[in-house]
Write a new protein. Structure first.
Length: 589
C-alpha cells in the first residue's frame, strides 16, 4: 500500500445509459454465441489468419464516458464491455496493430447504437487512409466482414447512426497475418551488451549494459553521470552470429533519446544505419519493417530528450539467424471468470486467529509514515464467529502496553495498533481473478487496503521493482471513493497509475462491497460490486507511463493502516476502535 495515486484528488462519477433488462440479456446471449462461432467461420480458407487487434493500442474520435465506455473496451476481448461515442457524425475508432499486417477480416459486435453507414479503412501511418469496405445499409448485431487490405492501423469510420445515440461497439476485432517475417524470433535475450558508459550509484544502482536484454522490465541500463551526461551515448548487442533483423523494441526510461540511429555491423567497428529519427518520443517504441543484416546491433543516441543521459529498460531484437536463447515463456492466460483455486471464507470460531496454513501475520511498523504498529497473535487479527475476519485498529490506552520492543530503536512506544496478513508463505499466483468482500473502516486517518505485492519482494527484489497491484484502498477522509492503482519503477507512490471509483454521497464504510481484479498478460480490469471501472491496457501503459512488471507471481495482503502520507493522522473527529471486516477472499484461474 503506497501513497495516493496521482490524479485522484477530484472525485469521479460513473454515468450509465439505462437499457431495458430484456434487451441487455438478449444482446449478451447473441454476443456470447457470436464469440463462440466467429473464430471458426474462416477456418477452412484462412488457416494462418489470427486475431491481431486484441489488447492493442486504440484511439477514438470521442467517448460518451471515458470511464464507463473507453475505446480500450472494444479490443479487450470482453463482450460485456463496450466503447461508445459522442452523439454526432462522423465518429471513428482505430486500432494500432503494432506492425504492418495483411488484414483479411473485421468483426464488429455492435451494441444497439450501431452504424447504418460506415467505412473500414487501413493506414500505414494513421494519417492517410484507404477504404477496404463501405456500406450505407449496416444492420447492426454482429457483422463478420471479409476485406483485403494492408496497414498498421485499422479504422471503423461511422458516417450515419441508426439511433439518436452515438456509435457503440462491444468488440472491434481485426484478423489477418502480421507483417513480421515467418520464423522471426527474439534474438537478443541475454546476449552480451557493450555501452559507451553505465551508471552505478544511489540514483541508478547496477544500471549496467547486461540489464537491457535480461527480460526484466524492472531493471535498466543508463549512461554514466560521473562525467556529466553527454552526447552521443550508445549500447550494442552481440547476437552471436550474422542475423537478419526485422523488428526492434526499445522500452525507454524517462531519460530517452529524442534523436538516435539503429545500426548494424559485422565487426562492431564499421556501422551501417538501418533506422534513424530526430523525433523520438520515449516510452515504448516498436520499430517494424526493418531490413538489417549483421552480428551486432547498436542504438546510437545523438540527442537526449531530457537533461539526463540515455536509459533503456529493454532493448529487444527480432529476426532470424544469430545464436538466440529463447526467453522464458509467459504463464498461460486464464479464462475469466475461471475456476476457484484458493479461498478463505473465515468461518473460524469467535476470537480465533486467521488460518495459519493460509496466512502469515506480518508484524512491525507500517510504511509511508503510518502511525500503527502491526501486532502478532490475535489481538488485532481474529475471526468473529459469524464468517468474518476482523482487522481491528485501536488507539492504545497506555502507549506501549501492547507493543513489542522495536529491534532497531529499543523503544516499546506505540500509540496505535492494527493487523496485517499476507499469503506469501502459502499462496502466490500469476494471472487470474482475485476478489474480496470487505466492509472497510471509515473516519479520519484510517487506510484499509486489499492489495498484492510481487513475490520476488520476499527474495530481495526491492519495491517498486517487485511491482504492486492495489485492488482496493480507501481513506477515511474521502468516504465516497475507493481506489485501484499500479506501482512500478517508472510510476509509483503519488505517481502510481490508477483510478478512483466514486459513488457520490455514499460512505463505503457503511456496508460490505466486493472488490476484484481480472489480470492476464495484456490487461487488468478492476471491479467494485461487479462494475468494471478501470482497465489497464498493457500496450497503452507501456507507451504512456513505463514498463509492465506484472508477469510473475504475486501474493495477497490485507491490512488496516492508521495515519500515513495519504490519509493524514487521526484527529479529534476520529473514532476508535475501527474494525475492517473481511467476509471472504477468493482467487480464480
Amino acid at each position: 500500500m503506497t501513497s495516493a495515486p496521482s490524479g485522484v484528488g477530484t472525485a469521479g462519477r460513473l454515468h450509465h445509459r439505462t437499457h431495458q433488462a430484456l434487451l441487455r440479456l438478449l444482446t449478451a446471449l447473441v454476443l456470447a454465441a457470436g464469440a463462440l462461432l466467429i473464430p471458426f467461420a474462416h477456418a477452412g480458407t484462412a488457416a494462418t489468419e489470427t486475431l491481431l487487434s486484441q489488447g492493442k493500442a486504440v484511439t477514438a474520435s470521442s467517448t460518451e464516458n471515458s470511464v464507463a465506455f473507453p475505446a480500450t473496451a472494444a479490443v479487450d476481448g470482453n463482450a460485456g464491455t463496450r466503447w461508445s461515442s459522442a452523439f454526432a457524425d462522423p465518429q471513428w475508432i482505430q486500432v494500432d496493430l503494432g506492425a504492418s499486417a495483411t488484414v483479411s477480416r473485421v468483426v464488429l459486435q455492435w451494441e444497439a447504437a450501431y452504424a447504418t453507414g460506415f467505412k473500414l479503412q487501413t493506414s500505414a501511418d494513421g494519417t492517410t487512409w484507404t477504404d477496404v469496405y463501405t456500406t450505407t445499409t449496416g444492420t447492426g448485431g454482429t457483422q463478420n466482414l471479409t476485406v483485403n487490405g494492408t496497414g498498421r492501423y485499422v479504422r471503423m469510420y461511422g458516417t450515419a447512426r441508426a439511433t439518436q445515440y452515438g456509435y457503440s461497439l462491444w468488440e472491434f476485432q481485426v484478423y489477418g497475418t502480421s507483417g513480421t517475417s515467418t520464423g522471426d524470433v527474439e534474438l537478443s535475450y541475454q546476449r552480451p551488451a557493450v555501452a559507451s558508459s553505465s551508471q552505478d550509484d544511489g540514483n541508478c544502482g547496477g544500471c549496467v549494459p547486461a540489464k537491457v536484454d535480461d527480460q526484466d522490465p524492472a531493471t535498466r541500463w543508463a549512461t554514466s553521470s560521473t562525467t556529466g551526461w553527454t552526447d552521443p551515448g550508445w549500447i550494442y548487442l552481440d547476437l552471436g552470429a550474422t542475423a537478419q533483423i526485422h523488428k526492434v523494441v526499445l522500452q525507454w526510461d524517462p531519460a530517452y533519446a529524442s534523436a538516435y540511429r539503429l545500426q548494424v555491423s559485422n565487426d562492431a567497428a564499421t556501422w551501417t544505419d538501418i533506422y534513424s529519427t530526430t523525433t523520438g518520443k520515449g516510452f515504448k517504441e516498436t520499430l517494424t519493417d526493418l531490413n538489417g543484416r549483421g552480428r551486432y546491433i547498436r542504438m546510437y543516441g545523438t540527442a537526449r530528450g531530457t537533461a539526463y543521459g540515455y536509459s533503456l529498460w529493454e532493448f529487444q531484437v527480432y529476426g532470424t539467424g544469430g545464436t538466440p536463447t529463447p526467453p522464458p515463456a509467459l504463464p498461460p492466460n486464464p479464462s475469466f471468470p475461471g475456476h476457484l483455486v484458493w479461498s478463505d471464507e473465515f468461518n473460524g470460531a469467535n476470537g480465533a486467529a486467521p488460518d495459519a496454513s493460509k496466512w502469515t501475520t506480518d508484524p512491525g511498523a507500517g510504511v509511508n509514515n503510518e502511525l500503527e504498529y502491526y501486532t502478532t497473535g490475535n489481538k488485532n487479527l481474529y475471526q468473529d464467529g459469524t464468517g468474518n475476519l476482523v482487522i481491528d485498529a485501536r488507539k492504545e490506552v497506555t502507549a506501549g502496553s501492547s507493543c513489542p520492543r522495536d529491534p532497531l530503536s529499543g523503544s516499546t512506544t506505540c500509540q496505535y495498533t492494527s493487523g496485517r496478513i499476507n499469503t506469501s508463505d502459502h499462496f502466490n499466483f500469476t494471472y487470474g481473478h482475485a476478489e474480496a468482500r470487505i466492509k472497510v473502516t471509515g473516519t479520519q486517518g484510517l487506510w484499509p487496503a486489499f492489495w498484492m505485492l510481487g513475490a520476488n519482494f520476499k527474495t530481495g527484489t526491492p519495491w517498486p521493482a517487485s511491482g504492486e497491484i492495489d485492488i482496493m484502498e480507501h481513506v477515511g477522509k474521502v468516504a465516497d471513493s475507493v481506489y485501484s492503482t499500479l506501482h512500478a519503477p517508472a510510476y509509483n507512490g503519488a505517481g502510481g497509475y490508477g483510478s478512483p471509483y466514486t459513488v457520490a454521497g455514499s460512505d463505503f464504510a457503511n456496508a460490505f462491497h466486493t472488490y476484484g481484479v481480472d489480470w492476464d498478460s495484456a490487461h487488468m480490469t478492476f471491479y467494485v460490486d461487479g462494475n468494471a471501472f478501470f482497465t489497464v491496457d498493457r500496450t497503452v501503459l507501456e507507451t504512456t507511463r513505463g514498463p509492465w512488471v506484472y508477469d510473475h507471481p504475486f501474493y495477497l495482503i490485507l491490512n488496516n493502516a492508521v495515519g500515513g502520507d495519504w490519509p493524514g493522522a487521526p484527529d479529534a473527529t476520529t473514532v476508535f476502535p475501527q474494525k475492517m471486516l473481511v467476509d471472504y477472499v477468493r482467487v480464480y484461474q
